[in-house]
Design a protein around this ligand. Structure first.
Ligand SMILES: [Zn+2]
Length: 558
């Protein structure tokens, strides 16, 4: 005869409105956790029965309990570093900009290069910002500010001089130092090669390496610098946990980031699960993908993994660097310049796919997306169809011809509810005029794509947009149309939550372990301050994470 004892739970959550995202049991009152996994989901009495003397109890007080948010596209290291920058989101007009910049400069009297972020393209109304505006604000110290999308920076004369760029410089296609009629740089710097030399002077080269070159620090940082970089990572992870995020799919990377994160893990501070890709750039050759395979082999745990190759195929609409099939509506002779040729991309896609790795490509214009889908199709033809889950990032404009191809090819649409013009306080212009009325119908077409059966996963692209998934969910549900008669691209509340949970899990091949609250799944969840189903959608952002739990451990407590 054997006596079976039911083990007491390590942690239980009671009095919650549990939204499991699991269709077999959509709602519950309570959750029990043992050994970092969900032991049971059920009514109060079932879960109370698992309570022992050492069980930690979290009273949700009627708030929603949802699966931990999975951020499917973000930049952890640079985002974390930027928490210390001048935040210009919402600042408009010369006076407001002047006040913000001068106050920030005064608070950092010895900083060599001052950096701002979140300066939208219409920060001075319809007037284009040049170095002369910035010189009038800060004549004697170097200043640089990023547009929200981080594809354009604006520098003052001092910053351009320090980086030896006032007279321009040769750059590879897709990058541009905008030159004035006087033969000098105007201050606007488009894409990495154009602004990296200035940003380097801000001492943030290491945090941006995974994005700018995908390479490793050289020279390697000393012990103090490395500890400083670990502190930045910890700050970023805290920022995630505070917003209810339990998994991060990072969209830039190198060995250095993986090493820092594994050091943070050894110190017991890896409080989110992180995936870090290998970043492939257009100056690389396919043999360099050995590094991607090695990263995938070395980092393959539930907490820290790789297995993904990230690439930029084009830029962004606002600086005309996105690649379009037909010319821009406000620049009739221009379709943008791709960072890879379609043939190069095909060779790349076939090779990465052959290695069994996943691909994620930044592709904003319809021309870029056409080429990326062609590459994925070529990979299937060359290597045979497998469960590859290759991804396209952003897909801001697409075409009738390409809409069905995502589902057909099993390609994931990775889209960002905070990004459409008009969402979350973003201005409509210049973006909507740049796209042109004829293309509005299939711009940021989440619903159209989802209706084809394609997987649509949501993310913030932090620090491009605020990290807050709840604000993103609200933006997805309240998404309006730019003009009467355009298709409704909004998501229902539960569809939007799935975009930040279930779909994120699918995207990283982890739908059997996370994204839902289900026995045996990771105990990754967030207890919210209110009931999301009972909150008017316009007020959803007021519902805040109260407790974040990742792997059964409390990682944030309000
Ligand atoms: Zn990104």
């Amino acid at each position: 005869m054997s006596v079976q004892t039911v083990r007491n739970a390590d942690l239980i959550v009671i009095n919650g409105r549990v939204l499991t995202m699991d269709s077999t049991r959509p709602t519950a009152e309570a959750v029990a956790v043992t050994d970092g996994l969900i032991a049971a989901v059920g009514d109060l009495s079932t879960i109370e029965a698992l309570r022992g003397p050492d069980t930690r109890v979290i009273d949700a007080r009627g708030g929603s309990v949802v699966p931990g948010f999975i951020e499917a596209h973000m930049h952890l290291f640079s985002g974390a570093a930027e928490l210390a920058h001048l935040q210009l989101a919402g600042v408009h007009g010369f006076e407001a900009l002047r006040e913000a910049v001068q106050a920030y400069a005064a608070s950092r009297p010895t900083q060599r290069m001052l950096v701002g972020q979140g300066a939208d393209y219409t920060i001075l109304g319809s007037e284009r910002v040049t170095r002369h505006h910035l010189d009038a604000i800060l004549p004697d110290r170097a200043f640089l500010m990023a547009a929200p999308d981080h594809h354009t920076y604006l520098a003052n004369t001092r910053a351009l001089e320090m980086a030896d760029m006032l007279h321009g410089r040769e750059l590879t296609p897709g990058n541009e130092i905008v030159m004035g009629t006087d033969g000098l740089a105007e201050g606007e710097l488009r894409e990495n090669e154009a602004f990296n030399p200035v940003l380097k002077l801000a001492g943030e080269e290491r945090v941006r390496l995974g994005l700018s070159t995908g390479g490793e620090p050289n020279p390697m940082p000393d012990a103090d610098e490395r500890e400083g970089d670990r502190a930045i990572m910890r700050r970023g992870l805290d920022w995630c946990a505070r917003h209810g995020i339990t998994s991060v799919q990072n969209m830039d990377g190198n060995y250095y980031q993986l090493e820092l994160l594994s050091e943070v893990e050894a110190e017991g501070d890896l409080i989110c699960r992180v995936q870090v890709p290998f970043h492939y750039k257009n100056f690389m050759t396919p043999d360099m993908l050995d590094k991607a395979s090695d990263m995938a082999e070395r980092y393959d745990s539930d907490w820290l993994s790789s297995g993904l190759v990230k690439l930029f195929y084009d830029g962004v609409l606002d600086s005309w660097t996105a690649v379009m099939i037909e010319p821009y509506a406000d620049r009739p002779d221009w379709v943008g310049e791709p960072l890879f040729s379609p043939e190069e991309f095909k060779r790349f896609a076939v090779e990465v796919d052959r290695r069994g790795l996943q691909i994620a490509v930044h592709s904003i214009g319809d021309g870029a997306t056409r080429a990326v889908l062609d590459g994925y199709e070529a990979a299937q033809q060359a290597n045979g169809k497998r469960d590859s889950r290759h991804r396209v990032e952003h897909i801001e404009v697409t075409t009738d011809q390409d809409v069905p191809r995502f589902a057909e090819l099993g390609v994931i649409c990775s889209m960002q509810p905070p990004h459409p013009p008009g969402s979350m306080g973003l201005p409509l212009e210049p973006t909507v005029s740049r796209i042109g009325r004829d293309r509005w119908r299939l711009s940021y077409a989440w619903r159209t794509l989802k209706n084809t059966g394609a997987h649509v996963v949501f993310a913030s692209d932090w620090p491009v947009s605020p990290i807050d998934p709840i604000a993103g969910i609200q933006a997805a549900v309240t998404r309006g149309v730019w003009e009467e008669g355009l298709p409704d691209q909004s998501f229902s509340l539960h569809e939007a939550i799935a975009g930040y949970t279930v779909e994120g899990a699918y995207t990283e091949f982890a739908e059997g372990r996370k994204g839902r609250l289900k026995p045996g799944f990771f105990a990754d969840f967030v207890v919210l301050s209110g009931d999301v189903d009972a909150t008017p959608i316009e007020e959803l952002h007021t519902v805040r994470p109260v407790t974040t739990v990742c792997g059964g451990r409390v990682t944030y407590q309000a």
